[in-house]
Ligand binder design. Structure first.
Ligand code: BYC
Length: 331
């Protein structure tokens, strides 16, 4: 079974083992360059396999941990309709986690191993889910900004070179697009409501803007995996390119809502058409992804408890499978 983690060069075991010939690597790259999809049973370099296991499993963990901040508001949604929508959205996230774990399993890693890596703190999940949801407007901001950023990052993943991941992303993106719209609609309702409701929406934007920009990962110059992932067409755009696209589409949406982006240096460059912004607080980002964000410990404690509480379900499923196997062996 494979475990996570590439060496510092990001090249993984293959580069060390030297077990892959230049001809094999060149033939593989030629398939990538020809836009062929790589399927589970095809030959692939070990480093490609490991990069995908790392990215897809971290993506799956993000979907599962990402259920917590929104789940926090299920009992306090302001109406039955809002509650039903939120419940459906959170269930979608669970489904995304399952497709993604399934896609990673095709690369030879077990679900148990991936879960063990999450619970031990070895595997990461998205930084964004380590921030608290303090008001109902945060549910709007998550849909609008967090799902909006997720779509910007994930649409290109529908064209990822690895077939099972790219196909899983098509359905995920369709659902994320509904999530983004429901979030924007919550924000719109609040912004057209009382002054207090609009202030709540502004406060949510103030707290979620910068963490949403951090979702795209470190600046290109600090992104250790980007160059190789782009050469392998796992990633189609760099972290900074996607972040810029997100800012460019989101600023006009904030204007439409009558909200102010919390960045006094934000302005549109008339020549390029792009919005320029202040420097992101990378120290905060690296603190959060090292486990020291506002809610990391709470999120992991809740996940571990859910895993322990579910032990009886796994045991029952195993006992049922064993009974069925015995019955078919006896028949
Ligand atoms: N948070 O070399 P880099 C969602 C890590 S959830 C934490 O640029 P890469 C949703 C990175 O893993 C959104 N860690 O890496 C769910 C690496 O560390 P390791 C999840 C981050 O992989 C519910 C190191 O920093 N989306 O959709 O080339 C409700 C260096 O980074 C983050 C995905 O996972 C971060 N933000 O690029 C609503 C999409 N950023 O592994 C929404 C798939 C970076 O070497 N993933 N790191 O220890 C990707 O597209 C890429 O993995 C990333 C990072 C763009 C995130």
């Amino acid at each position: 079974m494979y475990t996570q983690g590439l060496d510092q060069s990001g090249r993984g075991d293959s580069a060390k083992s030297g077990g892959e010939s230049k001809e094999q690597l060149d033939a593989f790259q030629a398939r990538i360059d020809a836009e062929e999809k790589i399927e589970a049973k095809d030959w692939m370099p070990e480093a490609y396999r490991r990069t995908l296991i790392r990215q897809i499993s971290q993506h799956a963990h993000s979907e599962i941990i990402g259920m917590q901040p929104e789940g926090n508001w299920l009992t306090r949604a302001p109406s039955l309709k809002r509650k039903a929508i939120l419940l459906a959205k959170i269930q979608d996230e669970a489904g995304h986690g399952l497709y993604l774990y399934g896609a990673a399993e095709t690369l030879g890693v077990s679900r148990d191993q991936m879960v063990a890596d999450l619970l031990s703190g070895k595997a990461k999940y998205s930084s964004i889910f380590n921030y608290p949801t303090l008001t109902w407007a945060d549910i709007g901001a998550i849909g609008w900004l967090v799902d909006g950023a997720a779509i910007m990052n994930q649409i290109p993943l529908c064209r990822c070179s690895y077939g099972p991941y790219s196909r899983a992303m098509i359905r995920v993106c369709k659902e994320e697009s509904f999530h983004q719209r429901q979030g924007f609609e919550i924000m719109l309702t609040l912004c057209r409501g009382t002054e207090e409701q609009k202030a709540m929406a502004q406060d949510a934007l103030n707290r979620f803007w910068w963490p949403s920009l951090m979702m795209f990962g470190p600046n290109d110059s600090a992104s250790k995996h980007s160059a190789q992932s782009m050469a392998w067409k796992i990633k189609r755009f760099s972290n900074d390119e996607l972040r810029q696209k997100f800012i460019d589409v989101t600023v006009p949406q904030a204007d439409f809502l009558g909200l102010t982006i919390p960045d006094d240096k934000l302005r549109q460059n008339e020549e390029t058409g792009h919005y320029e912004h202040s420097e992101i607080d990378w120290q905060e980002f690296f603190e959060v992804i090292s486990g020291n964000g506002p809610c990391n410990k709470e999120r992991m404690a809740k996940r571990r408890k859910a895993h322990d509480d579910g032990a009886w379900v796994r045991e029952a499923a195993r006992a049922h499978a064993a009974k069925k196997a015995d019955a078919s062996a006896a028949a």
